[in-house]
Design a binder for this molecule. Structure first.
Ligand SMILES: Nc1ncnc2c1ncn2[C@@H]1O[C@H](COP(=O)(O)OP(=O)(O)OP(=O)(O)O)[C@@H](O)[C@H]1O
Ligand SMILES: [Mg+2]
Length: 151
């Protein structure tokens, strides 16, 4: 499936080629975490865009344009210690029975399989922002769920 990110500023829409159900799962995990980080409510913002970025050292690729999806909350935030471990399997700060600590590690694995990564920024008491970065599709892409043209 091909996802087109509609940009608001008139720039050409960045296009990524992904397994939609996988990316949906990754995004869902980020949104569920954002909801759980705000037990008394608040706003979750999801933003789409593209930017020229140097990928982190463990990602293959040089400086290039990447599409991003950011999930930002106004929740409890994370310590730098928590940010360091957040993507590790079974790392959780939630009570027994409330979290397995697998959501972020699964999300990270999915995004890595697409050649991307997840960035995190957070401040205790202010909130967190998790950003999925995905490489832009190369060349011409075609949606695999296109309906056949009528004759
Ligand atoms: N939006 C967020 N705000 C604050 N802390 C977060 C946020 N997202 C993740 N975390 C921290 O990272 C930890 C790991 O997140 P992850 O999604 O992997 O597991 P979980 O949410 O604890 O459990 P599961 O996703 O398996 O139900 C969380 O327990 C929490 O400490
Ligand atoms: Mg989770």
């Amino acid at each position: 499936m091909v996802i087109t990110f509609a940009s608001l500023d008139g720039a050409p829409d960045p296009v990524v080629q992904v397994d939609a159900s996988m990316i949906e799962q990754a995004l869902t995990n980020l949104v569920v975490n954002a909801i759980q980080a705000m037990p008394t409510g608040g706003t979750i913002s999801v933003r789409l865009g593209a930017d020229v970025i140097t990928p982190p050292a463990d990602i293959e690729g040089s400086v290039a344009e990447y599409a991003y999806v950011c999930v930002e909350d106004q929740g409890v935030g994370m310590t730098s210690e928590q940010m360091t471990h957040a993507f590790e399997p079974f790392f959780t700060t939630k009570d027994v029975g409330e979290g397995t600590g697998l959501g972020l590690s699964v999300a990270y694995g999915i995004v890595r399989d697409h050649g991307g990564w997840i960035g995190v920024a957070s401040e205790i008491g202010k909130g967190s922002r998790f950003s999925i970065y995905l490489p832009l599709a190369q060349g011409t892409v075609k949606a695999d769920d296109d309906k056949p043209a009528r004759s």
